[in-house]
Write a protein that binds this ligand. Structure first.
Ligand code: ADP
Ligand code: MG
Length: 244
């Protein structure tokens, strides 16, 4: 309707895909319309985030609906919270089945930043979040020990290394959410071998309920083509001027 169009226009939000929900203008709307928990609303308030940024306005409702999403929005526009909050809300509480969400970032530093935001946002949910910084397989993610964790945050290189141990030092069969942050870099063919690493990880996430969230600062056609081909009922969100 007209309101929706106006809100998107004012916030430079472009959407592509079927049945894209209206953008929300307050975090309270996420509670009223999508059942986001009071705990998460409280944690957002504690972080002094008073209202959603444009990417959060549109991507959060989509992820709360459990959609596959490809999103691009400028650096510093709050993409991390846009994917973390819906996933934390969906996982709700710890379950001892193993990792149910994996977040990949290109560098250890970026992964560490996401980890810190995730720990804050998951405050008092009791969800267990693991930052995998080392490739050794003798640490606590090995074997059955990793069943105590709900969310894994790491780089593609580390995760692939653990998957390729004999026997595998990591199991991703219960993963319901895979986030690929800085997707323009991680999904790029050639140049580096990020895409090969991501492919190994994707293949290990065999859960039929798996959803993908691809986030980046720039919208790239190869990533869009890959996503359209591989992700059912994909929703795309683009925030900013430069994209079409
Ligand atoms: P991006 O990944 O898009 O580059 P980040 O997720 O790192 O950006 O967020 C940039 C900064 O904005 C962070 O310091 C984060 O804490 C802050 N931030 C995120 N969401 C909000 C919000 N709704 N209101 C105010 N600040 C926010
Ligand atoms: Mg980011």
């Amino acid at each position: 309707e007209e309101m929706v169009t106006t809100i998107r226009k004012e916030n430079l939000i472009t959407v592509r895909g079927k049945d894209i929900p209206a953008p929300v203008t307050t975090f309270e709307d996420l509670k009223n319309e999508y059942g986001m928990s009071d705990r998460l609303l409280q944690n957002l308030a504690t972080a002094t985030y008073s209202k959603p940024t444009p990417i959060q306005m549109q991507a959060m409702p989509l992820l709360l609906q459990g959609r596959n999403v490809m999103a691009s929005a400028p650096t510093g526009s709050g993409k991390t919270i846009a994917f973390l909050a819906p996933i934390i809300n969906d996982l709700r509480k710890p379950s001892k089945v193993g990792f149910r969400a994996v977040v990949l970032a290109p560098t250890r530093e970026l992964a560490a930043q996401i980890y810190r935001e995730c720990v804050q946002l998951a405050n008092q949910t009791a969800l267990k979040i693991h930052f995998q910084a080392k490739s050794n397989n003798n640490n606590e993610t090995s074997g059955n020990a990793n069943k105590k964790y709900d969310i894994l945050i790491s780089t593609p290189n580390r995760v692939r290394f653990l998957l390729e141990q004999e026997p595998p030092a990591l199991h991703l069969t219960e993963v319901e959410w895979l986030v690929i942050d800085e997707a323009d870099r991680l999904m790029e063919e050639g140049i580096n071998n990020f895409k090969d690493q991501v492919d190994v990880i994707l293949a290990a996430c065999t859960n039929k309920k798996k959803k993908l969230a691809l986030f980046s600062a720039t919208y790239t056609v190869p990533v869009a083509k890959w996503a359209i081909k591989n992700l059912p009922n994909l929703a795309r969100v683009i925030v900013g001027h430069e994209n079409s």
